[in-house]
Write a protein that binds this ligand. Structure first.
Ligand code: BGC
Length: 482
């Protein structure tokens, strides 16, 4: 036991460290840029996922409801047993909420383009839903493909550039039942789906994201049990899933590049740089001490969300996943990987502080999620990801703020951080704010209000939040955006 504790403490790194220099962090909050001039052609958009905005769609031509990993998941019951006695059971979604038609995102999709116009956006990132497009293996839903063609055309008609995400956490149940991304041999199904979508939309769309946040999918689905297939502590499987997702990205990249319009397309991966750090207590003489529980937990989360593994894979093609001393690692080499992305999509919300209790310092402002606003950490994330040497799109950033009393501060400080990186010459090509409207925040249900526009739960009417209007000001008024 003693040895284990010692090993864990060593794992957590040294406890006494020199104090951070917090200078930058406050700067982004206080800077007053009257005009942020972004480079010409810079994209100022919003991001959405059709599943989160609209649940599964009812297609008139189909007699069956779409079945997916998420639809399956929300109908599960999580049992908590001790010594064979059932203690309690609960829904995997907060307070048993069901997605239903969420914010009516499918039916209102075309009306929502007006909201983009109100904001003045020139781009939109959205998901094409695999479960809707290929609800049964090899059976493609022409109506769904047609929907997306019309949608892309409608965006173009308003001079809004579409950016497509091919996989945003949701996939068909038939694919999940084959083992989903736990099986390397299943990658081919995703490649075939991507090729089909590209053959339909490749002439209209230039910007393509293959997979949204592979590390989150692996960790939340197989270690934390927060996403389907709701597995817990399957650390090795999470690593396999991550490897297969990254391999799938590389294969899709090369498959699409060989198709008509492939060479014109810009194809990238979306990575959430999710980093955890232990709470640091102030000590005399300018030293800090890391909270030991925080240090252990932060390390465990950093292994699980495997940022370094993804970065190394993209840089070198070497996949090296070694989560814990007693768990077997996964090693793989894909020499093509470093040449398999035209841009990197960076999703960034926060850098999460973990202590015995507090997940932020007294001077930090919390969002409604378990993390604080950290604009300086966004700036650092951009600088770090720039090492990959390709253009960067901020494919998501945003705040859950039901009271709408922090959104303005968030937008201003995060825009300042992005602007600072751009001003220093980092090749950031655009921002996609998360999200246009309030939607279904996965296992948190509808409690998290990320929308620039609120959505009335009964009428589904959209209304621009006061805080949301600040983004419009940046997009429309500040700087002569392309
Ligand atoms: C995901 C979104 C999610 C957002 C806010 C990202 O991890 O891509 O689907 O809603 O974070 O939590």
């Amino acid at each position: 036991m003693g040895k284990l504790l010692l090993a864990l403490l060593l794992l957590s790194g040294s406890l006494f460290i020199e104090k951070d220099n917090p200078a930058q962090s406050s700067d982004f909050f206080s800077k007053k840029h009257t005009i942020l001039e972004f480079p010409e052609g810079f994209l100022k958009g919003v991001a959405r996922s059709f599943y989160q905005d609209g649940g599964h769609h009812t297609w008139p031509s189909r007699d069956k409801k779409t079945e997916s990993n998420w639809q399956w998941f929300e109908n599960q019951t999580i049992q908590c047993n001790a010594r064979g006695i059932s203690l309690y059971s609960r829904s995997p979604i907060k307070n048993g909420q069901m997605i239903n038609n969420a914010s009516d995102g499918w039916n209102k999709a075309f009306d929502d383009i007006e909201l983009l116009e109100q904001l003045g956006c020139n781009a939109q990132r959205f998901s094409v839903e695999w479960a809707e497009i290929e609800p049964e293996e090899g059976v493609f839903n022409a109506e769904a493909l047609e929907f997306y063609k019309r949608y892309c055309k409608a965006l173009h008609d308003k001079n809004i550039i579409p950016m497509i995400t091919l996989h945003h956490f949701v996939h068909s149940l038939w694919f999940e039942q084959k083992g989903g991304f736990t099986q390397e041999e299943n990658i081919v199904y995703f490649v075939q789906f991507a090729q089909r979508v590209f053959s339909e939309l490749g002439s209209q769309v230039r910007l393509w994201c293959t997979i949204n946040e592979p590390t989150v999918l692996g960790a939340c689905g197989y270690i934390l049990g927060l996403h389907p297939p709701a597995q817990v502590c399957k650390v090795y499987t999470a690593g396999l899933v991550l490897k297969n997702l990254l391999q799938a990205h590389v294969q899709v990249y090369h498959a699409l590049k060989q198709m008509p319009h492939g060479q014109d397309a810009q194809i990238g991966l979306v990575h959430q740089m999710l980093i955890f750090e232990p709470y640091k207590h102030e000590m005399p003489f300018g030293f800090q001490v890391q909270n030991p529980v925080g240090a252990l937990t932060a390390n465990a989360f950093n292994f699980s969300f495997a940022h370094d593994t993804v970065k190394q894979f993209l840089e070198t093609g070497i996949f090296n996943y070694k989560p814990l001393p007693l768990v077997a690692g996964i090693h793989h080499h894909m020499p093509k990987a470093p040449h398999s992305y035209d841009f990197i999509g960076l999703n960034f919300y926060s850098r999460v502080v973990i202590g015995m209790g507090p997940t932020h310092y007294p001077d930090q402002v919390m969002t409604d999620m378990d993390y604080a606003m950290r604009p300086a950490a966004l700036y650092e994330a951009i600088k770090e990801i720039a090492c990959l040497g390709v253009p960067i799109y901020i494919t998501e950033t945003g705040i859950a703020d039901a009271r709408d009393d922090r959104r303005e501060r968030f937008i201003k400080s995060y825009m300042n951080a992005i602007y600072q990186a751009v001003a220093e010459g980092v090749d950031v090509k655009g921002i996609f704010y998360w999200s246009l409207i309030d939607n279904y925040e996965w296992n948190d249900g509808f409690d998290m209000k990320f929308g620039l526009f609120s959505v009335d739960p009964d009428t589904k009417e959209r209304a621009l939040r006061k805080g949301g209007s600040v983004y419009r000001d940046y997009v429309k008024i500040r700087g002569d955006w392309a």
